[in-house]
Write a protein that binds this ligand. Sequence first.
Ligand SMILES: NC(=O)c1ccc[n+]([C@@H]2O[C@H](COP(=O)([O-])OP(=O)(O)OC[C@H]3O[C@@H](n4cnc5c(N)ncnc54)[C@H](OP(=O)(O)O)[C@@H]3O)[C@@H](O)[C@H]2O)c1
Length: 303
Amino acid sequence: MRVFVTGASGWIGSATVDELLAAGHEVTGLARSDASAAAIQAKGAHVRRGDLDDLASIRAGAEAADAVIHLANKHDFSNMAASAAAERAAVQTIGDALAGTNRPFLLASGVAGLAQGRPSTEDDASPFHGPDSPRGGSENLAFEFIDRGVHTVSLRFAPTVHGTGDHGFIAVIAAVAREKGVSGYPGDGTNRWAAVHRSDAARLVALGLAKAPAGARLHAVAEEGIPTRDIAEAIGRAFGLPVTSIAPDDVPGHFGWIATFFAMDLTATSTRTRELLGWTPTGPTLIEDLDAGAYSAPTPMAG
Ligand SMILES: NC(=O)c1ccc[n+]([C@@H]2O[C@H](COP(=O)([O-])OP(=O)(O)OC[C@H]3O[C@@H](n4cnc5c(N)ncnc54)[C@H](OP(=O)(O)O)[C@@H]3O)[C@@H](O)[C@H]2O)c1
């Protein structure tokens, strides 16, 4: 298949491109800079130049493809509304371009806010509708296109897609620990995060393209929930830092923008995804990655 991948130069996207090429697909990656274009080309994929705000380029990329995998995101945590608006506009554009074709449209999503007091499952529909909701309500918007002849599949990634070179949430939490000289966890540290290794997440995307039915909500989740206290202790070990509880009132001041996420219980299961796709995660666990030094040179996300 000719697969158009937005975010092809990103953390999950670059590993996904490798999986797609290995499976024999012809890949075109959206690139907004020379560096990203070069990285995509070096893998043996084609490049379409464009930005998330360049909807004409995104539309043309989708129209020329047999399938679209949308992984780009502005990730501006100082302006989440702008990131959400760009996400929604991109999803609307890709959906319009694919309408009536029955072509696969896989889009990135997450597991936050799907369930309260228990791990979320694939049966949990997203409660986020409309432009003012997290991620611009993009998962539900994309699913609306199923009735218009689009084979939509949601890729719900665990809050940490971890591994060496990760610049996501765990890298930011590790950077906070190094900056403060202490590895903190929120409150009693019993709130938990689901996790998946990048290699397993990328393999899941390729399997989802090959096998997932329209409307599937795929959970890229290898570990259902790791207590934030365990995460903080592993970061403490990795950097030789003391580990301590941060009182709930002090969590925002201590952790900055990542506080909102680190204080949340973000657990999820992937039983149905494993059954549906025959997917079995094999990569290291988050704690194994931390203990092996995967975060020794963190590059925090902007925000
Ligand atoms: N990583 C996780 O733990 C995680 C967890 C849950 C959900 N997700 C979601 O999964 C998707 C992929 O995440 P990721 O970790 O791979 O993100 P990432 O490493 O930050 O990569 C983001 C990608 O989007 C591109 N991008 C950013 N701004 C853009 C713009 N204005 N126009 C065009 N492209 C732009 C980047 O291009 P450049 O290379 O040029 O910067 C990069 O290819 C995102 O939607 C993310 O929210 C990730």
